[in-house]
Design a protein around this ligand. Structure first.
Ligand SMILES: Cc1cc2nc3c(=O)[nH]c(=O)nc-3n(C[C@H](O)[C@H](O)[C@H](O)COP(=O)(O)OP(=O)(O)OC[C@H]3O[C@@H](n4cnc5c(N)ncnc54)[C@H](O)[C@@H]3O)c2cc1C
Length: 404
C-alpha cells in the first residue's frame, strides 16, 4: 500500500525537523523520515559533546514554528559577549551595544532536535517515521518512491535531502559537490570549570588554528581546539591528567581553572558545497547542501535559514496553485539560499586563511583589522548583526512572521 505525500523530508536532524515544523499546519501533506530516535532529555544528565551556537535568527525561526519553548524548558546557555583575540590584538562584541539582550545561545544539538521533533507532533499534516530506514529509493523527475525497511512505501512529489553532509539522497539523485579538506581536525572537549558560566564566548587565533571556549549551563564549558589531524590524534589518545595539563598550558588563564575533562571527540574539517540545490522534485537543505568551516559556528544557522526559505517557497507556490515539484518553483529556493551560503562559506575561509597565516604583512593587517573592529562602532555593529544572522534577505520565519 503506497502512501502519497506532497513533501517527504529525509533526515529529521535540526534542519530537517525545522523544515517539517515550518510546513506544519499548511495544506501540504508531509512525511519525515529519521533513522535514529534521539535520547530523552533528563535535567541532570551530562551535556552532550555536540553543541551549536544558535544565532538570534535561528531562535526566531524556532520561536515562530513553536519549538523554542522546548529548548528553553530543557537547557541552553545564552551569551551576551563574544571576545576574539590573537597575540597582539583583540576585540569584544557586546549585545547591549545593539540593544539586544543576547548575541546567541549555546544549545546541545540533541535538545534543538528534540524540541523540534516534539513540536512536529502538534501538526496533523506532518507524519514522522522514526526510527525508519530507507531500503530503496526510486527517483524520477515526475516523483520519488521510497521503500522503508518495514515494507511501507511512500510516494513524494518533492523529496528533500536533510540527511547531513554524507547525504545518500544527494548522491542517489546525482547532485555533485565541490569540496576540499582543510587538513585540520577539531578536538571537542566537554569540561568542568571552577567558575560558573559567564555569558561570554572566547575565540583565540594561534598559528596552529583557532581555539574556542563556549559556556554551558552551571560549571561546564565546551572547548573546540583546531589542530593538525596528527596533533588531534595525539591529544585524543592522552590520559585525562595529561590532556588536562595540555589544556592548562595552551588555554589562557583568563578563562579560569578547568577542573576535569568529561568527554572528548574529534571531527575532520571539510568544506563542501552542492553544485545544485534543486532538481525537478528534489531539494537539498542544511549540511546535505553545504558544510562550512565551524570556526564561527554558522553551519546549522544557515541550515535553519534554508529550512525557513524552502518552507516559504513551497507553501506560497501551493497557495498559488503552482506545481511545487516544478524546477521553476524549486529554483526560487535555490536563488534565495545558494549565493547567501556561498558568501558565508567564503567569508569563513577568508577568516580562516588570514588568521592562520604568519606572514608579517598579513599579521600587520589582521591586527589592524581587529583594532579597527574594536574601535569603529558601525563596523563592529555590522559584524555582530551578521553573526546574529540579522543581515541579508531573511525568510519570513526568521523575521518572526508566519508563512500561512
Ligand atoms: C566541531 C563542530 C562544531 C560546530 N559548531 C557549530 C555551531 O556552533 N553553530 C552552528 O550553527 N553549526 C555548528 N556546526 C555545524 C552543525 O553541527 C551542522 O551544520 C548541523 O548539524 C547540520 O544539521 P543537519 O540537520 O543539516 O544535518 P545533521 O545534523 O547531520 O542531521 C542529519 C540527520 O539525518 C539523519 N539521516 C541521515 N541519513 C538518513 C537516512 N538515510 N534516513 C533517515 N535519516 C537519515 C541523521 O540521523 C540525522 O539526524 C559544527 C560542526 C562541527 C563539526
Amino acid at each position: 500500500m503506497k502512501q502519497k505525500y506532497d513533501v517527504v523530508v529525509v533526515g529529521g536532524g535540526m534542519v530537517g525537523a525545522a523544515l517539517g515544523c515550518g510546513l506544519g499546519n499548511s495544506a501540504l501533506k508531509v512525511a519525515m523520515i529519521e533513522q535514529i530516535r534521539p535520547h530523552h532529555f533528563v535535567a541532570d544528565q551530562p551535556h552532550d559533546l555536540r553543541v551549536s551556537a544558535l544565532s538570534i535568527a535561528s531562535r526566531k525561526i524556532l520561536e515562530t514554528v513553536g519549538a523554542w519553548d522546548g529548548v528553553a524548558s530543557r537547557r541552553n546557555c545564552p551569551f551576551k559577549r563574544m571576545r576574539v583575540w590573537e597575540n597582539s590584538g583583540d576585540a569584544e562584541f557586546c549585545s547591549e551595544a545593539i540593544n539586544y539582550p543576547e548575541l546567541g545561545y549555546i544549545v546541545e544539538n540533541r535538545i534543538t532536535q528534540l524540541a523540534l521533533l516534539d513540536r512536529l507532533k502538534a501538526f496533523d499534516n506532518v507524519h514522522l517515521f522514526c526510527p525508519a530506514q530507507i531500503k530503496k529509493l526510486d527517483y524520477s523527475t515526475s516523483g520519488t518512491e521510497i521503500e522503508l525497511n518495514d515494507g511501507r512505501v511512500l510516494e513524494a512529489a518533492v523529496m528533500v535531502a536533510a540527511d547531513g553532509g554524507q547525504s545518500r539522497v544527494r548522491q542517489m539523485v546525482g547532485i555533485g559537490v565541490t569540496s576540499w579538506d582543510y587538513k585540520q581536525h577539531a578536538l571537542v572537549l566537554y569540561v568542568e570549570t571552577a567558575y560558573g558560566q559567564q555569558a561570554i564566548t572566547w575565540q583565540r587565533f594561534v598559528p596552529s588554528g583557532p581555539q574556542a571556549f563556549l559556556p554551558l549551563t552551571g560549571h561546564f564549558a565546551s572547548i573546540v581546539w583546531y589542530n593538525s589531524p596528527d596533533e588531534v590524534r595525539r591529544l585524543k589518545a592522552l590520559q585525562e591528567t595529561d590532556l588536562l595539563a595540555e589544556l592548562v598550558n595552551t588555554f589562557p588563564d583568563a578563562l579560569g581553572k578547568i577542573n576535569s575533562i568529561q568527554g572528548v571527540a574529534s571531527f575532520p574539517l571539510k568544506r563542501q558545497h552542492a553544485q545544485e540545490y534543486v532538481k525537478p522534485g528534489v531539494a537539498l537543505v542544511g549540511d546535505a547542501a553545504h558544510m562550512i568551516n565551524p570556526l564561527a559556528g554558522q553551519g546549522v544557522n544557515i541550515g535553519l535559514l534554508d529550512a525557513a526559505a524552502l518552507a516559504q517557497v513551497l507553501i506560497e507556490a501551493d497557495r498559488a496553485r503552482e506545481n511545487i515539484a516544478a524546477l521553476s518553483v524549486l529554483k526560487r529556493y535555490e536563488r534565495l539560499r545558494r549565493n547567501e551560503n556561498l558568501k558565508m562559506m567564503t567569508l569563513m575561509d577568508v577568516f580562516y586563511r588570514v588568521f592562520s597565516n604568519q606572514a608579517l604583512p598579513i599579521k600587520f593587517f589582521r591586527n589592524l583589522g581587529l583594532g579597527l573592529a574594536e574601535r569603529i562602532t558601525p563596523a563592529k555593529n555590522k559584524v555582530m548583526r551578521a553573526a546574529m544572522g540579522l543581515e541579508g534577505n531573511l525568510p519570513k520565519l526568521a523575521k518572526g512572521e508566519a508563512i500561512l
